[in-house]
Ligand binder design. Sequence first.
Ligand code: UGA
Length: 363
Amino acid sequence: MNIVILGCGGFIGSHLLDRLLSTTDHKIVGWDPESSKIRKHLENPNFTLHQRYVDDPETQQDLREAVAEGDVVINLAAICNPSEYNTNPISVIKSNLFDVYPIVELCVEYKRWLISFSTSECYGRTLSSYVGDTTYENPDLYELKEDETPLIMGPIVNQRWTYACAKQMVERLVYAHHKEDGLPFTVVRPLNFFGPRMDYIPQRDGDGVPRVLACFMGALLNGDPMKLVDGGKARRTIVSIYEAVDAICRMLDNPEKANGHAFNIGNRNNEVTMAELADMMRKTYAKITGDPSYEDYPIIEVSSEEFYGEGYEDCDRRMPDISKAKELLGWEPKIALEDVLLDTMTYFHNEYAGAMKPAQVAE
Ligand code: UGA
């Protein structure tokens, strides 16, 4: 197959390249301004990288040729970091909606299969949270089903939803083209993929606020306290990046089954509150370093306004129904959260040697 991947140099893209370039003969053409996570593939004859942004005028011509020659286009290019949704909303809307529009149009023109990476945030908050039911007794009010659950987002003053809304619009655009023009498509809704190379470690190789894994890991590495936003009550289900990539490969291997569907890709068995995640991570780090004092590593609480600024609103819970992926792709994740954390945190520990000891933490 000829595969076009936009955003091939990010966390998901780098793992997808690892898998595809080592287990298949597919020819891959990718776009990404960043290549630090995919350096080892740059000399591979089956891979060509265009080191440019999607909205670069030069990209348009090359992309047209690549799509014309491609069998499938995978769009992973996005700004997908919650700390930017309310602080950098115009860029978030542009990169996740308007920059994607020409890609969708090209796929329509050449009738190419588009695998469009969306987000679990499309669901917004659970119905439970809106009716004030924090017991979550009724799964109908919180389980996320691709083709049934309403997509509910907060008011425009809560700019947290700029990203989710842009992604939802792309899903609707793609689906509309599928119905009207026969565009072959698959929408992927990732639910918290964790693994090596996710985001960046603050103060080491980036500024700002990455997603929770890198925030907690950065705290442990840098000797800062781990911060729980709004008490750490929010729940997430976490899936190994390796199993997530496996789901994508199953889609690529079964286009007739994947075409025309949105899929939740997540692990129902790995649900934790952010408070539980912080505790698991400090215990895992004690194991990795052999230093038991990490078990009591400082965890502090901060308000979301203090942490993210004005206009942040959280998704309370994300419990995916994954029966569609099971039935159509034969995909079912099995790696337990303990193992995901051990593997991922060992990678970060080895990568960023010189961690400070808990005794050095300024409380
Ligand atoms: C993000 C993206 O917006 C989604 O598109 C993406 O699908 C998802 O990550 C993902 O990785 O799959 P979210 O889970 O809200 O969504 O992002 P995180 O930044 O990882 O936050 C998770 C939770 O941890 C939130 O409740 C946040 O407030 C909390 N958090 C974050 C902390 O308690 N402390 C921190 O230091 C950072």
